[in-house]
Design a binder for this molecule. Structure first.
Ligand SMILES: [Zn+2]
Length: 95
């Protein structure tokens, strides 16, 4: 797998494509795509980056990994999430 293909996989996945579809689009075996994304996911779990502002988080050994750098970011993030959900609900109601 080339670096370009890896980037392409991540881009396609972030757009919501399935493993199978990514594999077909890039002419790669589905298992290659699957194991790459699984590995990538594990790494990003450990990287310790604030989910709201992408700031690097300080990792405290033997402590649960933090997901946000501050309470402010946590609140902002969940507010954004809630907003997105409300919009989706409104759309499905309109249909
Ligand atoms: Zn933050």
């Amino acid at each position: 797998m080339t670096e370009a293909q890896k980037q392409e996989i991540l881009t396609l996945k972030s757009k919501g494509n399935s493993y199978r579809r990514i594999a077909v689009l890039l002419s790669l075996p589905e298992n290659t795509v699957k194991s790459f994304l699984r590995r990538e996911h594990k790494q990003s779990d450990k990287s310790g980056i604030c989910r709201n502002c992408n700031k690097k988080l300080e990792l405290i050994p033997k402590h649960r990994a933090k997901t946000f750098c501050s309470d402010n970011c946590r609140i902002t993030y969940w507010r954004k999430m809630k907003k997105g959900r409300d919009i989706n609900e409104n759309i499905s109601r309109a249909i």
